[in-house]
Design a protein around this ligand. Structure first.
Ligand SMILES: [Zn+2]
Length: 182
């Protein structure tokens, strides 16, 4: 029987995707980071600049969190487009001029376009490109360059599409699972 490491599986898949997108969309410019998988209220994920590091303060890194509640129900390219959305925040944190409080500003929106994602407050084409809450939409393959071709060629090979929180597991207790209290 093939042994699966359930901790490594989704984390290494996402880390692989980060390396691919860093090379293909950001010219390998982005520094190392920490990825966390956690349920975030009403969000697909978030970016937190300089929020992790060693206790002595000698090493500081950024965090990208992705919400696993959506992994199983969204197409994988959508989940990975959220990773790239957060990578654009990380890029801006190091090389650009982020606005306060996570506001999605014009510089961020333009970088999103350059990696092939269309920023949108509604998640559909035509929404506002800047604002406090801005997600993005995936357009056709041709209009989502270089993101879509990159995902298809490189990042999909170790996809984590079949992994995620089982939101509709049909009664966890029946299956011997446990539900946490949060
Ligand atoms: Zn954002």
């Amino acid at each position: 029987m093939m042994k699966i490491n359930p901790t490594k599986k989704p984390y290494s898949g996402l880390d692989h995707a980060y390396a691919v997108f860093n090379a293909e969309l950001f010219g390998d410019e982005l520094p190392s980071y920490l990825i966390s998988i956690q349920r975030v209220k009403k969000a697909y994920g978030y970016f937190a600049g300089g929020r992790f590091g060693s206790k002595d303060g000698a090493f500081v890194t950024d965090e990208i969190a992705l919400n696993p509640s959506h992994f199983s129900v969204r197409p994988t390219e959508q989940t990975l487009s959220t990773l790239v959305h957060e990578m654009v925040h990380l890029w801006q944190h190091h090389f650009g001029k982020p606005s306060r409080g996570g506001y999605h500003n014009r510089e961020w929106a333009e970088k999103m376009h350059s990696v092939g994602l269309a920023p949108s407050s509604t998640g559909e084409p035509g929404g506002n490109e800047t604002g406090q809450r801005v997600t993005h939409s995936l357009l056709s393959e041709d209009h989502s360059r270089p993101f879509m071709p990159s995902w298809r060629r490189k990042a999909s090979t170790r996809s984590m599409s079949s992994w995620g929180r089982r939101e509709k597991a049909g009664g966890a207790s029946q299956e011997g699972g446990e539900q946490d209290m949060l």
